[in-house]
Design a protein around this ligand. Sequence first.
Ligand code: PLP
Length: 432
Amino acid sequence: MGRPDAPPPRSAVFGRSMGPPLPVAVGGDGCYLIDARGRRYLDGSGGAAVSCLGHSDEKVRAAIHAQLDRLAFAHTGFFTSRPAEELAEKLVAAAPGDLGHAYFLSGGSEAVEAALKLARQYFLEIGEPARHRIIARRQSYHGNTLGALAAGGNAWPREKYAPLLTECSHVDPCFAYREQASGETAEDYGRRAADTLEAEILRLGPESVMAFIAEPVVGATAGAVPPVPGYFARIREICDRYGVLLILDEVMCGMGRTGTLFACEQDGIAPDIVTIAKGLGAGYAPIGAMLASRRIHSAIAEGSGAFQHGHTYHAHPLSAAAAHAVLSRLLDDRLLDAVPRLGTQLADALDARFADHPNVGDIRGRGLFRAVELVADRETRAPFDPARKLHARIKAAAMEEGLICYPAGGTVDGARGDHVLLAPPFIITEAQ
Ligand code: PLP
C-alpha cells in the first residue's frame, strides 16, 4: 500500500494525459494550491483562467454550504430555483445591449453548443430555415464537444474527429502581432481582418449564414490576443448588414478577466448571444451560461414556446448559488475594480523582465489576462519548432519552481509560436 494521498502508478482516473502521474491537489489557500506532499504552487493562471477568486473564498464557500443545506437539486423540467433566478437577474442587469435572458449549463463547451443551437432555432422560428452556416476564425478555440470543436479555428484538434464535425468556415483572426502588415495602421488592419467575414458571407450566400462566433480576446489558442480598435465595431456592422447573429465566446475572457465584466464592453459593442463559463463558477462549481438577446428569446417564446435543448444538470442550484456568490464578490464587493490596476502592474512587470529577451516576440493582453509569445528569431518572428514542445517544458519547469502558468504550443505551419498565458486570481497581491 502506498501513501493514501499518492496516485497509484497507473491511476484509475482516465486523465487528460496518460503520461507520468500528476501531483495530487489536496488544498487551496488564497492564490495557492497545495499538493499531497505539502508543496505550495502560486496559481498564476487560475488553472486555465478559472480561479478568479483564488481557492478559499469564504463567501463563495458559505453560499454553497447554505444552498446544499436547503436544496441540492430539482429537475428544471419541473422547477426553477432561487439561486438560478437570482443569478440570471444579476447577470442580465450587468450585461451589455439587449442581452436579457440567461441559460445555465455545466461549462463552456455546453454553452457554445447551446448558443449554436439557439441561433439555428431562432432562424427557424422567424421563417429563415436556409440559415444554418457557421463562420468562425482561425486561431480560436470554442470547446471540445463536437459542435464547439467544429467551430474552433485550430486544425489539429479537429483532425481526428473530422468525419464527425459540421462544416464550418474559418476567416482571418484579428492578430496584430502576426498578421498586421508593416506600414499598415491598426485601423486599416482591423478593417481588413473584419472584411474577410464579409467576403465569406458573400461567398456562402448571406441567406444561408446563421452566425459568426469569435472570442473578443482570444484565449488558450493564441494567448491573450486583444482585437485592434474598431475591429469588433466593423464585425458588428457586417453581421447586422447581412442579418447574421453575432455570438461572442467569453468563456475565458469574460467575468471580469480583462477588467470589465464582459470583455466586449471595451470594444463598445454588444453581441446577440454571449457565452461565459470559467470565471462564472470560479472553480467552486461547474457552471457555464449563454446569455441571449430579448429579441431572440421573444421569437422563440412567441413562436414554438420552447428552446429545444436541455441537460439534466442545467441550472444546477449549487452551481448557481456558487456563481451568484462569485458575481456578488466581483460587483458588490468591488473585486473587479482592482483588475485594471493589477493588470497594468503585471504588464509592466512582464515588460521590465522580458521585453528585451531575445526569445520574446510579443507581450500582450488586457487586464489580468496576459501572455508572452516566444520566438526563435525576433526579427523574422519565426516560432520555435513545435516538435521541441517548449510549452510542455515550460509548464514542468514552472511547476518545479512552484508556479502554475498556462503555456501552449505554436502551430506546425508557423502561424504562431509557443506562448505562456497568465491569468492570476483578482485577489493576487503586487508582491505575489
Ligand atoms: N470557449 C473558450 C473561449 C474556451 O477558452 C474554452 C475552454 O478553454 C471553452 C470554450 C470550452 O470550455 P469548457 O472547457 O468549460 O468546456
